[in-house]
Design a protein around this ligand. Structure first.
Ligand code: DC
Length: 222
């Protein structure tokens, strides 16, 4: 049996924070697949493409090379050889990633890259379609979610801590829109895999979620 863990769920549920800590505890490599879609988003934005231009985006896929590396244990994302990690979290990049990830050409490219990574080493990978499409044979699948209000609240606090302010209602609206797109696209929509364990983090701390996944994994690996 492989040792991989798949973590899927909507934006802002805490997937990456949790997955990073679980990776450390279990000696797995953490792979943030949203960061890869975001790197593709940067490329499309730089080309001045509209998120509605499927033909342009599909064509651009062939000249975009996304790769990842680890520096001091932290994932670094490279776009055509340039480290773009510092720009990945910008709102415009997140929106372009969410919009362009509906296109099959983008998904095909990212899925191949993610599967190649998991073939090399044991991973905990987070995203939207990891348990359903990318790693259907993962040893453990988690569907991590939380209420829209709680996810918006966490994002609001995170932005405030960075000295960037954005009205709470606007963040909530953005999260709702992203959920709609991620869950309703035709190719690889966000949904809970049949064999995934649902973890609702609305009233759980990060530590509690990490502990729950840790125990589930130990149980699976017996
Ligand atoms: O997890 P994130 O917010 O960094 O992801 C950005 C966007 O990328 C998200 O709105 C949808 C897309 N994405 C995806 O379609 N499939 C994945 N496995 C990961 C992310």
């Amino acid at each position: 049996m492989n040792r991989n863990i798949a973590v899927d769920g909507p934006a802002g549920a805490g997937k990456s924070t949790v997955a990073k800590q679980v990776a450390k505890k279990l000696g797995l490599v953490y792979v943030d697949t949203g960061a890869m879609y975001r790197a593709m988003g940067i490329y499309f934005l730089r080309l001045g493409l509209s998120s509605e231009d499927e033909a342009g985006i599909t064509k651009a896929c062939s000249s975009a090379e996304v790769s990842i590396a680890y520096e001091n244990g932290a994932q670094q994302v490279y776009l055509n050889g340039e480290n773009v990690t510092g720009s990945l979290r910008e709102e415009a990049v997140g929106n372009m990633a969410s919009c362009s990830s509906v296109y099959p050409a983008v998904r095909r490219k990212m899925t191949e890259l993610q599967q190649a990574l998991a073939a090399k080493t044991a991973v905990i990978m987070d995203g939207r379609d990891i348990g359903t499409v990318v790693l259907p044979d993962a040893a453990l699948k988690i569907y991590l979610t939380a209420s829209v209000e709680e996810r918006a609240r966490r994002r609001y606090v995170e932005l405030q801590e960075k000295g960037q302010s954005c009205p709470y209602e606007e963040i909530k609206k953005d999260i709702r829109e992203r959920d709609q797109r991620d869950m309703n696209r035709e190719t690889a929509p966000l949904r809970q895999a049949e064999d995934a364990v649902l973890v609702d983090a609305t009233e759980l701390s990060i530590d509690q979620v990490v502990e729950r996944i840790f125990l589930l994994y130990q149980e699976r690996m017996k």
